[in-house]
Design a binder for this molecule. Sequence first.
Ligand code: NAP
Length: 245
Amino acid sequence: MHVLILGGTTEGRRLAETLDADGVRVTSSLAGRVASPKPLPGEVRVGGFGGADGLARWVREHQVDAVIDATHPFAGTISFNAARAAATSHVPLLALRRPGWTPVEGDDWHPVASLEEAARTVGRLGRRVFLTTGRMGLAAFADVSGAWFLVRSVDPPEPPHPARMEVLLDRGPFTLDGEREVLRTYGIDVLVTKDSGGAATAPKLAAAREAGVPVVIVRRPPVPEGVPVAATVGEAAAWAAARAG
Ligand code: NAP
């Protein structure tokens, strides 16, 4: 049994660990966006496949029996490529998606459909923006006038990006105390986040709630139609075990 995990997430890593410990042959695929990713068990390949056809070819050439798309909920292209590649190569596909966040009492959330809409929204909510949407989508905020940005990312961002910004290089998990400190130290009055879900980056939401800071939250793209979804690593591992039969 050879399982290809499309990774780049905490869940992808934990799934690789679980399957590897169960004696399953695992290959984790990373896009190569992070300069020094944490080590993973099993085999690892890095870089794009060359679209859905390239992925289908890779699956055939490496005798992959099942694909688990454990990419980030906002990595929409690779998920659609995986759906197409699985259909053409007749290999079962599962999407592993941690549930999104839901607001609780005291939250002041402003849901938007895209980073572009987030950029249009921040200006009317605040002037000192904590931007936690990653370094890849900064171009959307490059033309927001009158605002200063604190950009948190794993690796340094490249232009285009907002003219007035400071970069905080860091990688989750983050703590509530740490997030309170960030909001206080930088005088943040609006937070921007994707609805990534999961515990590792959730403390910023609690810190924003406590401080009365509004949150612009970018909604997730849909999972490709017809692809079954697992919410936890355990469910995904059970799915793989059932395929191994
Ligand atoms: P994307 O827009 O869906 O993918 C763009 C292209 O990158 C894909 O067409 C594919 O190239 C390649 N790619 C993406 N994920 C890959 C993987 N796991 N293995 C091999 N190739 C991959 O993805 P993205 O938003 O740029 O994210 C890239 C990676 O970063 C993903 O693996 C994701 O899990 C991780 N990540 C993303 C976010 C986010 O907010 N988007 C946050 C945290 C982590 P080809 O077409 O050439 O195959």
